[in-house]
Design a protein. Structure first.
Length: 72
């Protein structure tokens, strides 16, 4: 698995997951529950992960959608 990006914005994260799912790229969000455990104050970013095999395609999908400013 490779990290595609980190964000505290749950709305953006949901949008990116939907965008990638539409392109056939499976994602995994890490640190989702860690944020809740620490009181849901949003200081710990969530990590959007994709398989090594899908990484370049996922980057291209997000860049084509104008979502490339903070992609790893």
């Amino acid at each position: 698995m490779k990290e595609l990006l980190r964000t505290n914005d749950v709305v953006r994260l949901s949008w990116l997951e939907a965008l990638l799912a539409d392109a056939g790229v499976e994602t995994l969000v890490l640190d989702l529950h860690t944020s809740v455990l620490e009181g849901s104050i949003g200081i710990l970013p969530r990590r959007l992960m994709v398989s090594d095999h899908d990484y370049l395609r996922a980057r291209r999908v997000l860049l084509d959608a104008g979502e490339g400013a903070d992609i790893a």
